[in-house]
Write a protein that binds this ligand. Sequence first.
Ligand code: SF4
Ligand code: FES
Length: 255
Amino acid sequence: MASKFINITLKVWRQKNAETKGRLETYQLDKVSTDSSFLEMLDQLNEQLIQNKNEPVAFDHDCREGICGSCSLYINGRAHGPQKQTTTCQLHMRSFSDGDTVYIEPWRSKAFPIIKDLVVDRSAFDRIQQSGGFVSVNTSGNTMDANAIPIPKADADSAFEAAACIGCGACVASCKNSSAMLFVGAKVSQYSLLPQGQVESKARVQNMVRQMDEEGFGNCTNTGACEVECPKGISLENIARMNRDFLKANLNSDK
Ligand code: SF4
Ligand code: FES
């Protein structure tokens, strides 16, 4: 598709910090190449703001390759914008038309407080991960090579699909209850599907669900918005698997 230039109007959420009230500011941005990514368009906006001696818009990004999960933006009312299974950094301006008005807002969830403008604090996800999202490895020198344990192809594929979760938080942002169950379900499944994850499986699911509740995320009511908006196509089956694992762990619990 031949590249062209478009003029757009941006409505961008500006907020000094979590304590102050935010508001939508309007900016006119001209000559945006349709070949540029959404984040490059925001770079262009910030250059314009700086040239006019205004404060640039704070937004999160790192890899710009759809891997790190930090480019979490609500674009025209959709988490990561209009393209299915596409992170904000992989979204291109060819998805927009000349004269469009584009609304850009941060994730909205009590568990993801706003740090500044479009940047939210997603450290709740880190704490959930730290509470159980790992496999303890014996590093005494007798460690078994992971490839020495045969794993059925179907299990390996399902574990790999769950491991594709990049921890972006779109599932939380698009859920009417701010539920984090798709994220936690993916992180639990990634291990519970593999033999290496069995040793700590009971404590893992109990600890991760407990931490999720402590962080203030809501419950799942099976609306499915999380699966629709997830940029990595994480399936609701991961939530069902986590619920089964959690039930089993509690039934067999000595606590
Ligand atoms: S499940 Fe999907 S939407 Fe949720 S954090 Fe993982 S990649 Fe993002
Ligand atoms: S910047 Fe890393 S996923 Fe978008």
